[in-house]
Ligand binder design. Structure first.
Ligand code: CA
Length: 380
């Protein structure tokens, strides 16, 4: 029986050349992550990733979790999940503590795959699809004097690359300006390219309904995070009032957090992040809950190649929603902002070809980590 020998965190951060912002207002000047490395006594190494502030995740793992993992069988992945959750829930049952657990869960699945000589998706239900369509996330706010022009240029670039779908940021403090910018992008790309908008929860309920009615005229696929994530009654109101699909949930955690969203049908699409919401084990449960309530699950992804690979395995094993003759399979969020950990951390980067990404077929996550990148961008 393999046993966990060590648990190590690698907090990393890299400066980026062209800082960008969203409706949340702060400037992204760096990209970073807490990368988790778990080693077994038979020498296998599993990799995971935690979403959010890297040193906070590291602190949970170093001070609360790693000693509980040593000596345990990595195949007891859900037993371990429950143990870690129950150890900490009296002090908070969502947020960074679950993000830290997510990194551990992904690393354990990587080990289970390597021990079993199978890709993770073959161990969590199987392969509904060997490749997924992806959408480009981008169109942030960079040059405040050219917000419309830069959005159009970036969108046309993604269209030329063959992306079948694009997600743009909105929330410029002026609904007329937001609509003008969305309209310019919609007109500049072919009609068959799906366009989504993401407000990063900057509107009130009334503002969201007002702008949502205009977005409905512009052939927008979904309206992401129109309002603040705490206001589930507000989400229900926005979702029921508008015809456009409402998406959200990248800042929600665990089956219990998502239960409250889907049971109230507060959103049409939930977007759990495998590196935040509780890992692959928990996101499987969240997806099952969503499907049982007729809510679509399209995961959020904003991380390194580790999070991206974990998301791909999760997507491979996600049933069609709903099954049909020609189903509309779930999309991979493939963010296109500068991120060396997405592009350089594995020896072979995950790429798309004409908007299609292959599900990794190697053992575990199916990626090989380049330790030089961890060393080069190490925070402490
Ligand atoms: Ca988002």
């Amino acid at each position: 029986m393999p046993k966990i020998k060590s648990v190590k965190c690698h907090p990393v951060s890299a400066p980026i050349e062209r800082p960008f912002t969203s409706s949340r207002g702060w400037l992204y000047k760096t990209r970073g992550s807490c990368i988790v490395e778990i080693e077994t006594n038979d020498g296998l190494v599993g990799w995971g990733e935690c979403y959010g502030p890297a040193l906070v995740a590291k602190s949970y793992i170093d001070t609360q979790f790693s000693s509980r993992l040593i000596g345990r069988d990595p195949f007891d992945v859900e037993v371990i999940w429950e143990d870690l959750y129950n150890r900490m829930k009296d002090y908070g049952s969502s947020g960074m503590v679950i993000s830290a657990m997510s990194g551990i869960d992904i690393a354990l699945w990587d080990i289970i795959g390597k021990e079993s000589r199978k890709p993770i998706h073959k161990l969590i239900g199987g392969c509904f699809r060997s490749e997924v369509q992806c959408y480009a996330t981008g169109l942030y706010f960079i040059d405040m004097d050219r917000l419309v022009e830069e959005a159009v240029e970036e969108a046309c670039g993604y269209a030329d690359e063959g992306f079948p779908a694009i997600k743009m940021k909105i929330g410029l403090g002026d609904i007329r300006f937001d609509i003008r910018r969305v309209e310019a992008v919609r007109k500049s790309i072919p009609d068959n390219i799906r366009l989504m908008v993401d407000a990063n929860h900057c509107y009130s309920v009334a503002q969201a309904i007002r702008i949502g009615r205009e977005l409905e005229q512009l052939n927008i696929e979904w309206f992401e995070e129109p309002i603040s994530p705490e206001d589930l009654d507000g989400y229900t109101e926005v979702s029921r009032t508008l015809d456009i699909a409402i998406a959200g949930g990248e800042n929600e955690f665990t089956r219990w957090g998502f239960r409250d969203i889907v049971a109230r049908k507060a959103m049409d699409i939930i977007q759990p992040d495998v590196c935040a919401a509780g890992g692959i084990s928990e996101c499987r449960k969240i997806a099952a809950l969503a499907l049982a309530h007729g809510v679509e699950c399209v995961p959020h992804a904003w991380g390194s190649v580790i999070g991206l690979a974990a998301t791909l395995h999760f997507l491979a094993a996600l049933p069609d929603q709903p099954p049909s003759f020609k189903p509309m399979p779930p999309l991979l969020e493939f963010e296109q902002c500068e991120n060396p950990f997405r592009d350089l951390l594995s020896r072979e980067p995950i790429t798309h070809r004409s908007g299609l990404v292959q599900i990794p077929t190697g053992d575990g996550l199916g990626i090989e980590i380049d330790r030089h990148i961890l060393e080069r961008f190490r925070v402490s």
